[in-house]
Design a protein around this ligand. Structure first.
Ligand code: LLP
Length: 426
């Protein structure tokens, strides 16, 4: 057995009981399954292998904003993945994890000078350009360094996709991408730029996109614009078709990956370009949990609360997007179910993981997991309420490795300084 499974009424990750991990490393902790990540990578790669000709297979560039621990990155690199980055920090992580810079693509609406320079120095595959001022900025920096920047322009297709309005990125009012007119202007400007080589387009309509039709609608914008750009004499050699593939958090129907791959084959492959994809959540989302302990069971006349030692600073998604995450006890999984509001210790009502959730009965000291926390979990955590960030633990078979230790109070507080102009009195 691999990944998360139940054995003797208790929750395991690969060969290891989650209760053993809690006993050894404490709670709250993030725990990831390497095997689950491998399974998802293979699922996606195989769907593409099945639908697309062998010589037209996409370069999968893992969108590392989803989970950027260098061990997770190194694992994906070892599977053959490339990397999509959105900051200089993510570039440094990618280099540390051993990625070939020629498999790294840089995206984002606000690329900074040092980030562009570092990417050029490393020799990344391409910049996905989001505005014309950004194009000029890249030219200026590349010319100062005597490097040539390979760029593609991100098309805003004016398509709605994404599981929540805050993570939809392809509508015309969204800050992302360029409309058709600006893309033509971009290619025209690039023609006269000495240190920019514009050779393609990119697209990304949002995250947790459930309908294959939304992807299809976006892809269908490509053939016409590619043909029209080529008719003007521009080279279109690469199409980056983004990420956004969903995972199951509750009882959603999973996106039909085969249908998706078929659309890529039918709409994108005939355009005769190299193909890049940027999956994030799909590769890591279901591979991680927050392992937590019940601090108190608080029964009021109105509600029964499970107060966990994990909080919104550890996993912000329920608070920020009203996101649903499965919750389960780690032991006694088949106990009688009762209704709980599952909350954290932070002094905000928003620090709530679920309301009126039917869960096996639990007591103070019991362990619980918050599921599907492998994507946009730890990487969005904070020190709010001066809570140390939890450790990240990576498991493969019998191997359990701490890939980031729990923060100490010293880690958080020692770097802060009291200026000497503050008086002693008081
Ligand atoms: N490419 C670009 C340009 C992106 O902006 C994103 C995600 C991805 C790829 C990867 O998308 P994915 O395959 O993971 O859906 N914090 C939010 C999700 C934000 C997604 C931002 N962009 C959440 O917790 O749901």
């Amino acid at each position: 057995m691999s990944g998360f499974h139940i054995q003797n009424n208790a929750l395991y990750i690969d060969n290891v009981a989650l209760s053993d991990i809690a006993a050894e490393y404490g709670t709250p902790s993030y725990v990831y399954s390497a095997q689950e990540i491998t399974n998802q990578y293979d699922r996606l790669a195989n769907a593409m292998k099945k639908a697309l000709p062998a010589d037209r297979q996409p370069l999968l560039c893992y969108a590392c904003k989803a989970n950027s621990n260098v061990a997770v990155l190194a694992h994906l690199r070892s599977l053959g993945s490339g990397l999509e980055i959105v900051s200089e920090g993510e570039l440094h992580r990618g280099i540390k994890a051993g990625f070939d810079p020629q498999k790294i693509v840089s995206t984002g609406v606000g690329k900074q000078a040092s980030e562009i320079a570092e990417c050029l120095k490393a020799g990344i595959h391409q910049f996905n350009v989001e505005s014309l001022p950004e194009l000029e900025h890249i030219q200026e920096i590349a010319s100062g360094m005597d490097k040539v920047a390979t760029v593609v322009f991100r098309l805003n297709p004016n398509v709605t996709g994404g599981g929540h309005h805050k993570i939809s990125t392809g509508r015309k009012r969204d800050k992302f991408g360029l409309n058709r007119r600006s893309i033509f202007k971009g290619f025209e400007m690039a023609k006269d730029m000495s240190h920019v080589n514009a050779i393609g387009l990119s697209i990304h309509i949002g995250s947790q996109v459930f309908t294959v039709e939304a992807f299809k609608q976006a892809f269908e914008k490509m053939p016409e614009i590619v043909q029209d750009l080529r008719a003007e004499g521009y080279t279109i050699d690469r199409l980056d078709i983004g990420g956004g593939f969903p995972i199951i958090y509750s009882d959603e129907d999973l996106l039909d990956l085969d249908a998706y791959a078929q659309w890529v084959n039918d709409i994108i492959v005939p355009l005769d370009t190299k193909i890049i994809m940027e999956p994030g959540r799909y590769l890591v989302g279901n591979a991680g949990v927050v392992l937590s302990k019940v601090l108190y069971v608080k029964d009021t006349q109105d509600q029964r609360f499970l107060v966990l030692d994990a909080a919104m600073n550890d996993l912000i998604r329920p608070t920020l997007y009203d996101a649903y995450h499965g919750i389960s006890p780690v032991q006694n999984i088949d106990a009688t179910k009762v209704l709980y509001d599952v909350v954290g210790p932070i002094c905000e009502t928003g620090d709530t993981f679920s309301v009126d959730r039917s869960l096996p009965i639990m007591n103070a000291g019991d362990l619980a997991v918050i599921q599907s926390a492998g994507a946009y979990g730890f990487c969005m955590a904070s020190n709010y309420n001066t809570r140390p960030m939890p450790p990240e633990i990576f498991v493969k078979g019998d191997n359990v490795s701490v890939i980031r230790p729990r923060q100490t109070y010293n880690d958080i507080i020692d770097i802060e300084k009291i200026p000497d102009w503050i008086g002693q009195k008081g």
